[in-house]
Design a protein around this ligand. Structure first.
Ligand code: ADP
Ligand code: ADP
Length: 227
């Protein structure tokens, strides 16, 4: 599903140069649940941005679902993001003026689907995350945990192969955060590939495999244990 080879990412130049990634190798198979754990500033978001086709590496190779990202134009990259990947963010990123239902439907609108089909699918997903009684509420009327459940439903609307979470529990208390993680564990058991980054070891350890990143490099040996 994801093959990253020797990824290097450098920002700035001269005395403002920052090596955000220093040779990242990562292989995530279909159906795996992998978490990447590391301190602030170690390169987690940079790595996710590259895997999400938002940024290109300075050097190295990144392959998503057998597609070499380096060979694709911006339209194709947007299509890969829309059709193959569902995103969950630390700050939920729901549109404040839209209801929960409209937020969930949004990524599907760009795929040009029939309105009835979209409404039915979004309703089904909101039921699945236990938000059937909040479908017409706006994000500000929902708690953080509820907003993240809406975001999980939105991430699933286009039936993606891969779900990417950037600190998906970062703004939640530990109980609500665990509930969101349980939801991801369940989605993984149903066959979805999941990759999250987090600074929280309790959250990270709910995945099948934890990789530890420091200063833009993984510090694990082959069996996934810290070296
Ligand atoms: P994390 O997500 O683990 O906190 P980041 O990937 O955001 O880490 O950042 C890794 C390093 O790259 C940090 O030193 C950060 O300051 C730097 N960095 C990230 N994005 C940029 C950017 N757009 N321009 C310059 N430096 C950046
Ligand atoms: P933007 O124009 O800001 O890049 P889009 O028009 O692609 O956003 O999507 C609109 C909204 O839908 C945004 O809030 C975005 O976060 C969300 N969204 C789009 N695609 C996805 C996806 N695959 N998974 C989760 N949310 C998505």
């Amino acid at each position: 599903m994801i093959e990253a080879k020797n990824l290097i990412k450098t920002y700035g130049e001269g005395n403002t140069e920052v090596n955000a990634l220093n040779g990242i190798n990562l292989s995530v198979k279909k159906g795996e649940f992998v978490s990447i754990q590391g301190p602030s500033g170690c390169g987690k978001s940079t790595l996710l941005n590259i895997i999400s086709c938002l940024e290109k590496p300075t050097n190295g190779k990144i392959i998503i679902d057998n597609i070499d990202i380096a060979d694709q134009d911006d339209d194709k990259l947007a299509e890969i993001r829309r059709d193959k990947i569902g995103f969950i963010f630390q700050s939920y990123n729901l549109i404040p003026t839209m209801s929960a239902l409209e937020n969930v439907m949004l990524p599907m609108m760009f795929a040009g689907k029939d309105d009835k089909i979209m409404t039915a699918r979004a309703t089904m997903l909101l039921e699945m995350v236990g938000m059937q009684n909040r479908m017409n509420h706006k994000p500000a009327e929902l708690s953080g945990g509820e907003q993240q459940r809406v975001a999980v439903a939105r991430a699933l609307i286009n039936d993606p192969l891969l779900i990417i979470g950037d600190e998906p529990t970062g703004n939640l208390d530990s109980k609500t955060g665990s509930a969101v993680m349980e939801m991801l564990v369940k989605l993984n058991k149903e066959g979805r590939t999941i990759l999250i980054v987090t600074h929280d070891s309790v959250v990270a350890n709910m995945a099948d495999r934890v990789m530890h990143i420091k200063d833009g490099q993984f510090i694990d040996n082959q069996s996934g244990q810290e070296a």
